[in-house]
Design a protein around this ligand. Structure first.
Ligand code: NAI
Ligand code: MG
Length: 342
C-alpha cells in the first residue's frame, strides 16, 4: 500500500521542480500517495496570517511526512518565514544536509567532498525574537537552550555513529558570544565524551567557513547552531558544484520534512531551466525515511547515470566535451529513461 505524503509545490521554481520530482518518483516505483497542500503567499493573501490553513496542518499532522518545494519569503518585512513556522510547529529540530562532489560529472576543484551538515533548526537568531527597542534601535535575541542543544548534539553524534562517520566538527563563535555559543560548545564537549570512537574538533565560524570553502574534503560531520549551519550549507553545496544539487531532511520526533537546500530562485522561475536535483535528493532521503530504500537507490542511481552521461541543467558546469545542457523536464525524462539501467 502507498504511504501518504503531504506535498507543497511552493513558489518561484517550486512548481517546476516538484512536477519533475513527482514524475521521477512515480516512474521509479516509489509507493507514495501525495496529498497536495497550498502554502505561502497565495494563502496569506486569502487571509491566513500564518500562510498555512488549518486543512494543511491537518494533512501534515496525519501524514507526518512533508515533501516541500521552496517558498518565497518577503525580505525585511511582511509575513514570517513559513519555513520557520513549519519547522517550529512540527518540532523539526534537526536539519540534515549531505553534500558530496560528483567528479568528474560535475566539475569542481574538490573531488572528494563527502560531508553532512547537521544544523540546529529551531533556536538561535532564527527563533525570530526581534523587537523595536527605541526609535533608532532594534534588537534580535539569540536563543540557545541546554535541552535544545543537548538534543541536536546527541543527534549529530548518533548520526555519525549510525552512518559510519569518523569525525564531528562543531562550529561556533564562542570567543565573542561566550554565553550562547559557549553553551553550545560546552554541551558538544560534554556529550562528545560518550562517543570515544569519534574524533571531535571545534572551529570558530569565520575560519571554519574559510576552510570549508578551501578544504571541504577535510570535513565529515559538521554540527552548527541554526544560522551558521544555514550559511555553511550553501557554501558547501556551491563548492561541490551548485546550490541546485543539495537536498535536506528536517527531522523531528516521528515527523520529517524534505526539501532542497536552495530557495525559490525567482530570477529563473518559469523559464524551465531550474535544476530539480536538490529537491530530488530531498525526495530520496524521504524514501529512506519511510522505509523504501530500494526505490531510493534506484532513483539515486538513475540520477547519477544521467550526470555520468553528461546531461545537466545549465547551472552545472561540466568540462567534459560530451556535456549536454537540458531543461528541467527534459532532465527528469533523462533520469526516468535510466531507471533500472545501471
Ligand atoms: P535561491 O537559492 O533561491 O537562489 C540563489 C541563486 O541560485 C539564484 O541565482 C538561483 O537562480 C540559483 N538557484 C537556486 N536554486 C537553483 C536550482 N534548483 N537550479 C538552478 N539554479 C538555482 O536564493 P535567493 O535568491 O536568496 O532566495 C529567493 C527566495 O527563496 C527568497 O524569498 C528566500 O526567502 C527563499 N528561500 C526559501 C527557502 C526554502 O523554501 N527552504 C530557502 C532559501 C531561500
Ligand atoms: Mg538557507
Amino acid at each position: 500500500s502507498k504511504t501518504p505524503i503531504t506535498v507543497a509545490y511552493g513558489d518561484g521554481i517550486g512548481p517546476e521542480i516538484m512536477e519533475a520530482v513527482l514524475r521521477i518518483l512515480e516512474a521509479g516505483g516509489a509507493q507514495v500517495a501525495p496529498e497536495v497542500i497550498e502554502i505561502g503567499e497565495s494563502v496569506y493573501l486569502r487571509g491566513a496570517s500564518s500562510g498555512i490553513e488549518e486543512s494543511a496542518w491537518e494533512s501534515l499532522r496525519r501524514t507526518r511526512v512533508f515533501l516541500k518545494a521552496p517558498i518565497t519569503t518577503p525580505q525585511g518585512g511582511g509575513y514570517k518565514s513559513l519555513n520557520v513556522t513549519v519547522r517550529k510547529t512540527l518540532g523539526l529540530y534537526a536539519n540534515v544536509r549531505p553534500v558530496q562532489s560528483y567528479e568528474p560529472f560535475v566539475t569542481t576543484k574538490h573531488k572528494s567532498i563527502d560531508l553532512v551538515i547537521v544544523r540546529e533548526n529551531e533556536e538561535d537568531l532564527y527563533a525570530g525574537i526581534e523587537h523595536q527597542q527605541t526609535d533608532e534601535v532594534v534588537q534580535c535575541l539569540k536563543l540557545i537552550s541546554r535541552p535544545g542543544t543537548e538534543r541536536i548534539v546527541r543527534y549529530a553524534f548518533e548520526f555519525a555513529r549510525r552512518n559510519g562517520r569518523r569525525k564531528v566538527t562543531c562550529i561556533t563563535k564562542d570567543n565573542i558570544m561566550k554565553l550562547t555559543d559557549g553553551l553550545f560548545h560546552r554541551v558538544f564537549d560534554e556529550i562528545g565524551q560518550e562517543y570515544p570512537e569519534l574524533q571531535k574538533e571545534h572551529m570558530i565560524v569565520d575560519i571554519g567557513a574559510a576552510r570549508l570553502a578551501e578544504m571541504p574534503e577535510r570535513f565529515d560531520v559538521i554540527l552548527a547552531p541554526n544560522l551558521y549551519g544555514d550559511i555553511l550549507s550553501d557554501i558547501a553545496a556551491e563548492v561541490a558544484g551548485s546550490v541546485g544539487l543539495a537536498g535536506s531532511a528536517n527531522v523531528g520526533d516521528g515527523v520529517a520534512m524534505f526539501e532542497a537546500v536552495h530557495g525559490s530562485a525567482p530570477d529563473i522561475a518559469g523559464k524551465g531551466v531550474a535544476n530539480p536535483s536538490g529537491l530530488l535528493q530531498g525526495a530520496v532521503l524521504m524514501l529512506v525515511h519511510i522505509g523504501q530504500p530500494e526505490a531510493a537507490a534506484r532513483i539515486k542511481n538513475a540520477w547519477l547515470k544521467t550526470l555520468e552521461d553528461g546531461i545537466h541543467t545549465p547551472d552545472i558546469y561540466d568540462e567534459r566535451v560530451s556535456e549536454r545542457k537540458v531543461g528541467t523536464q527534459e532532465f527528469a525524462q533523462a533520469v526516468i529513461e535510466r531507471l533500472g539501467q545501471e
